[in-house]
Design a protein around this ligand. Sequence first.
Ligand code: WT7
Length: 645
Amino acid sequence: MKQISDFEEYKTVYAHAIANPEVFWEDKAAEFHWFKKWDKTLKWNFTEPSIKWFDGGYTNLCYNCIDRHLEIRGNQTAIIWEPNDPKTPSRLITYNELHKEVCCFANVLKDVGVKKGDRVCIYMPMVPEGAIAMLACARIGAIHNVVFGGFSAKSLADRINDCGCTLLITADAVFRGDKKIELKQIADEAMADLTVISSPQQNGAIKAIVFNNRNEPVTMQAGRDFWWHELLETASSDCLAEPMEAEDPLFILYTSGSTGKPKGVLHTTGGYMVYAGYTFNEVFRPQSGHEIFWCTADIGWITGHSYLVYGPLLNGVTTVLFEGIPNWPDPGRFWEVVDKHQVNIFYTAPTAIRALEAQGTKWFEGKKLDSLRVLGSVGEPINEEAWEWYHKNVGKGNCPIVDTWWQTETGGILISPLAGITPLKPAYATLPIPGVQAVLLNERGEEISGNNVEGNLCMKFPWPGMARTVYGDHERFKNIYYSTYPGYYFTGDGCKRDADGYYRITGRVDDVINVSGHRIGTGEIEDALNEHPAIVESAVVGFPHDIKGQGIFAFVICNAKIDNASILTTEAQKLVFEKIGAFARPDRIVVVPGLPKTRSGKIMRRILRKIAEGDTSNLGDTTTLLDPSIVDIIKHKAAELSETL
Ligand code: WT7
């Protein structure tokens, strides 16, 4: 694929893409294989909203990721699997082998009754079979719904119910570090909890395919649960890639918002493919020949979809899939893996960088890291200190860092340096990539022009990778993203544009918190907390956390005097763990007699945020509160808690 060659060209291409967006994107789309060319490049309006890219065109994402490369790269490694335990051998899978495995599994899917348009839930550890399952779905036109392996049975069941999956693909168990997670057992609990299965041909039943990852004992329910390896025994390796209409759904991925339950963000085939492939190439800039790319994200998040599986494979590079965690068996693991597999491009999250920074630089001893050429960051704002540490210790001062800003809803990167092309500035996502029209809006919804300004980040023109709807609830899609500022896509992020026109994301402006790069709605945590028999009401806010970026602070009102706050804390944390997952557990829980509410009953979160931050010098105007005296009491309780920590 073509790449921009210098910063001057970036500016020209950027301007060209604004002036002639359709010509620009036709050119990008033409880099891929289409069974039938599209009739219309773009049809859109942000009112309904309705967005159609490459309408009338037929393609297949899996075909473009694998089959298209076989002639020239059949024997090249497509996936390097690095296991949790460094003593277990790695697995190298060539493009030819991947083709065979995906085709066989695609036939397995068909054999168990999966058809084009059916939803398939993937609840898998970080093993190649996770990626194979995704690619196999894409091959036959089934819509995958990958659920991160850290989610609880309840969260898994909610997601299966919401989009009516007829098949669940999972594994017996996985080790992350020395901790065992029994996925099949969690899946069993989830399957016992299903209420809505929409597919009439499945008679309200769900089937499960279980990959034997660890030889752990599991209960298999006859007629419902099937072993992956047993189904594979009779599967043919012949499977045509189904021609998919560009706007046919490709996958659903659940993500949290400020209100309500997590929503199923829907991406479609043609636009997502073009966008994931284009952004991977232009931002990370793989060189021709053999490039090894390592994205540490889990396949259960959008980063894993776009830049662990689809983006790299669309570009014919080798992608590293790592089962483990950064600090096991020791905090040098990432660097050992980089040297072992001679990784050229390394993409991780600020939270991992900060966690490793806290362990000191001795973990770099004996590590070369000289294969690295480009570094990337994603998921949350990266602070300057972490940026400098990453640049100096991992990149040895030679590797550009691409701080990539994007979202589950955007499908791919929107604002980021192009590695080695865009002049860098620590902690800045820098500039929108060509084809992206970012604007800052003020509270009145007016575009803020000029530089040295701050506002709410919006997009004023569509790009192919954008989400098309929220599964089953287009009205909600419209309300969340297109009604705050009519005519614009609203990201939910605040942003500064500095004197050079560079963008710096300041964080969410809604009730969403970002913990270690994982997005969680405060309302979801509150709902879980409120199920505790002693908790009457709760309010959750984020607070700055050295490693996680944001921590979770819960203020709770109890229905009786609490004698032992630490028991309540433990129980409440366990509840959140069961309802959502470990990563959503509150770091701090403080019992308060009341919450700062306005006369209309709305909680003034601004005040709670300040208190959680420990910055109580200026809490702003509290006169509109029903009971302003509650503020001092909450302040006092929070201060007491921080003394005991
Ligand atoms: C939110 C999206 C994009 C994949 C991972 C997270 C924050 C993401 C950055 C960045 C500052 C960032 C934003 C965004 N975010 N990347 N480089 N700098 N903030 O996906 O769960 O959909 O969350 O993550 O707040 O809105 P997500």
